[in-house]
Design a protein around this ligand. Sequence first.
Ligand code: HEC
Length: 176
Amino acid sequence: MSMAFKLFLLLFILSHNAYAEALYQHLGNKAQALSQQLQYNLTISPDGQGLPIGKGNATQGAKLFKQQCSSCHGPAGIGASAEPLVGEVGSLRSNYPEKTVNSYWPYATTLFDYIRRAMPIDAPFSLTADEVYALSAYILNQDDIIANDVELNEETLPKVIMPNIDGFISFYPDPN
Ligand code: HEC
Protein backbone atom coordinates (compact mmCIF):
# COMPACT_ATOMS: atom_id res chain seq x y z
CA MET A 1 0.00 0.00 0.00
CA SER A 2 1.45 3.31 -1.03
CA MET A 3 1.88 6.07 1.50
CA ALA A 4 -0.52 8.31 -0.40
CA PHE A 5 -3.20 5.64 -0.36
CA LYS A 6 -2.72 5.05 3.39
CA LEU A 7 -3.14 8.78 3.97
CA PHE A 8 -6.21 8.80 1.81
CA LEU A 9 -7.69 5.89 3.78
CA LEU A 10 -7.00 7.63 7.08
CA LEU A 11 -8.66 10.84 5.94
CA PHE A 12 -11.56 8.90 4.51
CA ILE A 13 -12.21 7.14 7.86
CA LEU A 14 -11.82 10.31 9.91
CA SER A 15 -14.15 12.34 7.76
CA HIS A 16 -16.76 9.61 7.83
CA ASN A 17 -16.58 9.34 11.60
CA ALA A 18 -17.23 13.05 11.91
CA TYR A 19 -20.05 12.77 9.41
CA ALA A 20 -21.62 9.86 11.31
CA GLU A 21 -21.34 11.73 14.61
CA ALA A 22 -23.05 14.80 13.18
CA LEU A 23 -25.75 12.63 11.67
CA TYR A 24 -26.58 10.64 14.80
CA GLN A 25 -25.99 13.09 17.61
CA HIS A 26 -29.74 13.83 17.87
CA LEU A 27 -30.62 10.18 18.16
CA GLY A 28 -32.64 9.55 21.34
CA ASN A 29 -33.14 13.23 22.18
CA LYS A 30 -36.75 13.28 21.12
CA ALA A 31 -37.54 10.09 23.07
CA GLN A 32 -35.85 11.55 26.14
CA ALA A 33 -37.82 14.81 25.90
CA LEU A 34 -41.05 12.85 25.49
CA SER A 35 -40.24 10.66 28.48
CA GLN A 36 -40.12 13.77 30.65
CA GLN A 37 -43.65 14.78 29.73
CA LEU A 38 -46.28 13.73 32.26
CA GLN A 39 -48.14 11.70 29.65
CA TYR A 40 -45.18 9.40 29.23
CA ASN A 41 -44.02 9.48 32.83
CA LEU A 42 -45.97 6.40 33.71
CA THR A 43 -44.10 4.47 36.36
CA ILE A 44 -46.14 3.58 39.43
CA SER A 45 -44.43 2.33 42.60
CA PRO A 46 -45.70 -0.51 44.79
CA ASP A 47 -46.65 2.12 47.41
CA GLY A 48 -48.91 3.85 44.89
CA GLN A 49 -46.65 6.77 44.06
CA GLY A 50 -47.53 7.95 40.56
CA LEU A 51 -51.14 6.74 40.59
CA PRO A 52 -53.53 9.25 39.02
CA ILE A 53 -56.74 10.34 40.71
CA GLY A 54 -59.69 8.20 39.67
CA LYS A 55 -61.95 5.36 40.68
CA GLY A 56 -63.63 2.21 39.43
CA ASN A 57 -65.17 -1.05 40.58
CA ALA A 58 -65.43 -4.62 39.31
CA THR A 59 -68.93 -4.24 37.88
CA GLN A 60 -67.81 -1.36 35.68
CA GLY A 61 -64.66 -3.29 34.84
CA ALA A 62 -66.58 -6.40 33.74
CA LYS A 63 -68.35 -4.39 31.05
CA LEU A 64 -65.12 -2.84 29.76
CA PHE A 65 -63.31 -6.16 29.87
CA LYS A 66 -65.96 -7.77 27.66
CA GLN A 67 -65.69 -4.96 25.11
CA GLN A 68 -61.96 -4.34 25.06
CA CYS A 69 -60.05 -7.31 26.44
CA SER A 70 -61.96 -10.58 26.15
CA SER A 71 -61.21 -11.11 22.45
CA CYS A 72 -57.59 -11.84 23.38
CA HIS A 73 -57.73 -12.78 27.08
CA GLY A 74 -60.93 -14.86 27.08
CA PRO A 75 -64.42 -14.02 28.37
CA ALA A 76 -63.36 -13.98 32.04
CA GLY A 77 -59.63 -13.32 31.71
CA ILE A 78 -58.52 -16.83 30.79
CA GLY A 79 -58.79 -19.28 27.92
CA ALA A 80 -57.92 -17.34 24.77
CA SER A 81 -54.74 -16.57 22.80
CA ALA A 82 -53.19 -14.01 25.18
CA GLU A 83 -51.78 -14.49 28.69
CA PRO A 84 -54.21 -15.82 31.33
CA LEU A 85 -54.82 -12.98 33.79
CA VAL A 86 -56.79 -14.78 36.47
CA GLY A 87 -56.98 -18.16 38.21
CA GLU A 88 -54.30 -20.60 39.38
CA VAL A 89 -53.83 -18.75 42.69
CA GLY A 90 -51.80 -21.01 44.99
CA SER A 91 -50.46 -23.10 42.09
CA LEU A 92 -46.88 -21.79 42.19
CA ARG A 93 -45.69 -24.44 44.66
CA SER A 94 -47.57 -27.24 42.93
CA ASN A 95 -46.31 -29.56 40.19
CA TYR A 96 -48.11 -27.41 37.66
CA PRO A 97 -47.31 -23.81 38.55
CA GLU A 98 -49.11 -21.25 36.43
CA LYS A 99 -48.14 -17.61 36.46
CA THR A 100 -51.14 -15.36 36.08
CA VAL A 101 -51.50 -11.77 37.26
CA ASN A 102 -53.45 -12.95 40.30
CA SER A 103 -51.24 -15.94 41.14
CA TYR A 104 -47.86 -14.36 40.55
CA TRP A 105 -47.69 -10.56 40.61
CA PRO A 106 -46.64 -9.22 44.01
CA TYR A 107 -48.23 -5.75 43.78
CA ALA A 108 -51.67 -4.68 42.58
CA THR A 109 -50.29 -1.30 41.51
CA THR A 110 -48.34 -3.05 38.73
CA LEU A 111 -51.65 -4.03 37.20
CA PHE A 112 -52.64 -0.39 36.86
CA ASP A 113 -49.23 0.55 35.48
CA TYR A 114 -49.22 -2.28 32.95
CA ILE A 115 -52.78 -1.90 31.67
CA ARG A 116 -52.44 1.87 31.30
CA ARG A 117 -49.20 1.75 29.38
CA ALA A 118 -49.71 -1.38 27.28
CA MET A 119 -53.34 -2.50 26.91
CA PRO A 120 -55.34 -3.05 24.79
CA ILE A 121 -52.25 -4.16 22.94
CA ASP A 122 -53.44 -2.47 19.74
CA ALA A 123 -54.38 0.82 21.48
CA PRO A 124 -52.01 1.48 24.39
CA PHE A 125 -52.68 4.56 26.55
CA SER A 126 -56.23 4.81 25.23
CA LEU A 127 -57.97 4.11 28.57
CA THR A 128 -58.93 6.74 31.16
CA ALA A 129 -57.75 6.44 34.77
CA ASP A 130 -61.29 5.45 35.86
CA GLU A 131 -61.37 2.70 33.24
CA VAL A 132 -58.00 1.31 34.36
CA TYR A 133 -59.11 1.28 38.03
CA ALA A 134 -62.31 -0.52 36.99
CA LEU A 135 -60.44 -3.11 34.90
CA SER A 136 -57.95 -3.72 37.72
CA ALA A 137 -60.87 -4.20 40.13
CA TYR A 138 -62.51 -6.68 37.75
CA ILE A 139 -59.35 -8.77 37.35
CA LEU A 140 -58.64 -8.82 41.11
CA ASN A 141 -62.26 -9.63 41.93
CA GLN A 142 -62.21 -12.69 39.65
CA ASP A 143 -60.09 -14.44 42.32
CA ASP A 144 -61.76 -12.69 45.28
CA ILE A 145 -58.60 -10.72 46.06
CA ILE A 146 -61.03 -7.83 46.49
CA ALA A 147 -64.80 -7.97 46.94
CA ASN A 148 -67.19 -7.09 44.16
CA ASP A 149 -68.23 -3.74 45.64
CA VAL A 150 -64.76 -2.40 46.51
CA GLU A 151 -63.95 0.88 44.81
CA LEU A 152 -60.35 1.05 43.66
CA ASN A 153 -58.76 4.47 43.61
CA GLU A 154 -55.33 6.03 44.24
CA GLU A 155 -55.69 5.31 47.98
CA THR A 156 -57.23 1.83 48.03
CA LEU A 157 -55.29 0.17 45.20
CA PRO A 158 -51.88 0.24 46.98
CA LYS A 159 -53.51 -1.38 50.04
CA VAL A 160 -54.57 -4.48 48.12
CA ILE A 161 -52.50 -7.48 49.26
CA MET A 162 -51.67 -9.85 46.42
CA PRO A 163 -51.55 -13.61 47.17
CA ASN A 164 -47.88 -13.89 46.13
CA ILE A 165 -46.63 -10.79 47.97
CA ASP A 166 -44.09 -12.87 49.92
CA GLY A 167 -42.93 -14.85 46.90
CA PHE A 168 -40.16 -12.43 45.91
CA ILE A 169 -36.87 -11.54 47.56
CA SER A 170 -35.13 -8.23 47.09
CA PHE A 171 -31.99 -8.29 45.00
CA TYR A 172 -30.69 -5.33 46.95
CA PRO A 173 -29.58 -5.53 50.58
CA ASP A 174 -31.95 -3.96 53.11
CA PRO A 175 -30.64 -0.40 53.71
CA ASN A 176 -31.70 -0.52 57.39
C1 HEC B 1 -55.31 -7.71 20.62
C2 HEC B 1 -55.08 -8.60 21.74
C3 HEC B 1 -55.16 -8.04 23.16
C4 HEC B 1 -56.14 -7.23 23.69
C5 HEC B 1 -57.39 -6.66 23.01
C6 HEC B 1 -55.77 -7.02 25.07
N1 HEC B 1 -54.62 -7.70 25.36
FE1 HEC B 1 -53.69 -7.80 27.18
N2 HEC B 1 -52.19 -8.87 26.39
C7 HEC B 1 -52.12 -9.30 25.07
C8 HEC B 1 -50.87 -9.99 24.87
C9 HEC B 1 -50.40 -10.61 23.55
C10 HEC B 1 -50.18 -9.96 26.09
C11 HEC B 1 -48.80 -10.49 26.41
C12 HEC B 1 -47.82 -9.37 26.12
C13 HEC B 1 -46.41 -9.70 26.49
O1 HEC B 1 -46.16 -10.65 27.25
O2 HEC B 1 -45.52 -8.97 26.01
C14 HEC B 1 -51.05 -9.26 27.03
C15 HEC B 1 -50.72 -9.06 28.35
C16 HEC B 1 -51.57 -8.48 29.28
C17 HEC B 1 -51.30 -8.38 30.70
C18 HEC B 1 -50.04 -8.89 31.39
C19 HEC B 1 -50.18 -10.37 31.65
C20 HEC B 1 -48.93 -11.04 32.19
O3 HEC B 1 -49.07 -11.98 32.99
O4 HEC B 1 -47.83 -10.64 31.82
C21 HEC B 1 -52.36 -7.73 31.27
C22 HEC B 1 -52.54 -7.39 32.72
C23 HEC B 1 -53.30 -7.44 30.20
N3 HEC B 1 -52.79 -7.91 29.02
C24 HEC B 1 -54.51 -6.80 30.38
C25 HEC B 1 -55.35 -6.44 29.34
C26 HEC B 1 -56.56 -5.66 29.50
C27 HEC B 1 -57.09 -5.15 30.82
C28 HEC B 1 -57.11 -5.49 28.25
C29 HEC B 1 -58.32 -4.69 27.87
C30 HEC B 1 -58.29 -3.28 28.18
C31 HEC B 1 -56.25 -6.19 27.31
N4 HEC B 1 -55.20 -6.75 28.01
C32 HEC B 1 -56.50 -6.27 25.95
C33 HEC B 1 -53.08 -9.12 24.10
C34 HEC B 1 -54.20 -8.32 24.22
